[in-house]
Design a protein. Structure first.
Length: 549
């Protein structure tokens, strides 16, 4: 047996003795059918059975013409369904998960899988731990290009090993939910993030001094509790002086300044231009401003001390690896309070006080007074649409979850609860003591176990490998050199370097697909290449850049 991919799997199968529990019979159509407690496929014509299964699955998942589908099969058997799926040009990929290497070796000794293994769209996982299933799906399933996803169990096989396959199904479901969440963000903001990043790359300065380490931090979010907590914060600052480093979210910045508290630094991660509202009428010229490189380009002009970081966008990672190494900051929690916690920890704080992180709407309030939302909504109000109505619409825009504890006086949404859980997990895992100031929001559950901080960290750029304009020119050239799309297996057929370049364009692809769902995968690739090159040309054109940065 000769495999065309996955040498590790080949070696595992070759090392196995093939002493599985399978028996085999011949169907009426003359095809081999593996048997466990019963036949795994039709004993009449398993090939036609598989074709009908794939046809019905494809029809159920195709929302537009020529929509692509990514198939996950639980159980290998004789692989009639995976073979049928791969015969369709609209199949973007096939992942098969099975258990018992001895049984798999027995199948390989009896059945020829060469055609499957030589198809770049095919992946087989045998006895995979849960983290490998998740990792494989995250790497292979790209919604914008792969289309919808369908999980099909080989029922007789799954029933024979229900425990393993049920666990696999749970991992698949959780991973798909994670991918869907990320894809939703990319679909809405992929264009904005791409445009912001390439403009920030053009103007970024790599000569910023190393930001010094801190000992104790107060991070400030803009939950309603912040207003009542400010006297305590001011008292703490008076007592500790320079020892206490006040790190404000951009949303909380106007609230602090309105109360005479000047933060030592500000954090902003939102790529939307609404971020400007946090700074309107405020002076942060002498305050260090920490920005995700996907932030609106004009924000860095507001401070004499802008510090860009890489929050995980694939283009930001690629830039950091090939031009100027940016500090990495974990912003996976999805909100600026989480990013502030990550930054405080990265700067070496041994103790972190948390203000305004309510992750809920206490007493029917949505933000601290003085934050951007109130002047923004005041400008939108009309005689027939008063401020109270606008605030009420904002408050009820998402359904509330049942309270986790009786007697609570706050409302939670699924998004806010996700933010809170992520924050709690982060706070419990870092090597700093995290303390929440008393407030009216959700009490945070933080496990402050014994910490063992070995050294203080700093925030610093790495070596600048080339001028940023040169990087953009090279990046543009690499995009243009990407091969023309010709098949659903486009990504699998890219070289390593081409794959790295194309990965940087995936969030942009999600945004374009969201706006133009009628595009086929191949048309989408062409449009992504066209759009990205056009955007880079705008930035490299100094006359255009001067009027749009």
């Amino acid at each position: 047996m000769e495999t065309c991919q996955n040498k590790e799997l080949h070696e595992k199968i070759a090392a196995a003795k093939g002493q599985g529990s399978y028996k085999f019979l011949e169907s009426a159509s003359g095809l081999t059918v593996p048997v466990l407690d019963g036949a795994l496929h039709s004993t009449v014509d398993p090939q036609k059975e598989a074709q009908r299964l794939i046809a019905s699955s494809s029809g159920a998942n195709s929302c537009v013409a020529n929509d692509t589908i990514y198939f996950i099969f639980l159980g290998l058997g004789a692989a009639y369904a995976p073979r049928a799926a791969l015969k369709s040009e609209n199949t973007s990929g096939v992942l098969v998960i099975d258990y018992d290497i001895e049984g798999i070796a027995q199948l390989f000794n009896k059945i020829d899988y060469t055609e499957l293994l030589c198809d770049s769209r095919f992946t087989l996982l045998v006895d995979p731990p849960p983290d490998l299933i998740e990792k494989t799906l995250l790497e292979l399933y790209r919604p914008a290009l792969c289309g919808s996803i369908r999980t099909l169990p080989l029922r007789a096989r799954v029933k024979h090993d229900a425990n393993n396959f049920n666990k696999a199904a749970d991992v698949i479901q959780n991973t798909i939910e994670k991918i869907s969440c990320d894809y939703s963000v990319q679909a809405h903001f992929g264009k904005t993030m791409f445009s912001n990043i390439i403009r920030n790359i053009k103007k970024i300065q790599g000569n910023n001094p190393c930001f010094p380490a801190i000992q104790e931090a107060a991070i400030c979010a803009a939950g309603p509790s912040l207003n009542g907590q400010l006297p305590h914060l001011a008292q703490q600052k008076k007592m500790l002086g320079q020892k206490l480093f006040i790190l404000s979210s951009d949303t909380a910045f106007p609230v602090l300044t309105d109360h005479g508290i000047k933060p030592d630094a500000i954090v902003s991660i939102d790529c939307q231009h609404i971020s400007y509202y946090h700074f309107m009428g405020k002076n942060c010229r002498d305050i260090p401003l920490f920005l995700d490189i996907s932030s609106p380009p004009m924000l860095s002009d507001l401070s004499d001390f802008p510090y860009f970081f890489c929050g995980g966008h694939p283009l930001a990672v690629y830039f950091s690896q090939n031009c100027l190494s940016l500090p990495m900051l974990d912003i996976s929690g999805g909100n600026v309070a989480y990013a502030s916690l990550s930054l405080a920890n990265s700067l070496g704080a041994g103790r972190i006080h948390v203000y305004g992180a309510d992750f809920s709407y206490p007493e029917g309030r949505v933000y601290a007074k003085g934050s951007y939302i109130y002047p923004l909504f005041e400008r939108k109000q009309k005689r027939i649409l008063p401020l109270e109505a606008i605030l009420s619409t904002f408050f009820y825009r998402s359904p509330f979850l049942p309270p986790e504890n009786d007697g609570t006086n706050y409302n939670e949404t699924s998004v806010l609860r996700f933010y809170r859980k992520s924050f709690e997990q982060k706070a419990s895992g870092i090597d700093a003591e995290v303390l929440q100031a008393p407030g009216s929001g959700v009490p945070l559950v933080i496990r402050n176990t014994e910490k063992n901080r070995q050294s203080l960290n700093t925030f610093a750029y790495g070596k600048n490998l080339m001028p940023t304009a040169e990087f953009l020119k090279n990046y543009r050239s690499d995009i243009e050199k990407l091969p023309n799309p010709s098949a659903a297996s486009y990504i699998q057929n890219l070289t390593v370097n081409e794959g790295r370049i194309f990965t940087t364009l995936l969030p942009l692809a999600a945004a374009i697909k969201h706006r133009c769902p009628e595009l086929s995968s191949l048309e989408l690739i062409e449009e992504v290449k066209r759009y990205s090159v056009e955007e880079i040309d705008k930035v490299l054109d100094s006359r255009y850049a001067a009027s749009h940065l």
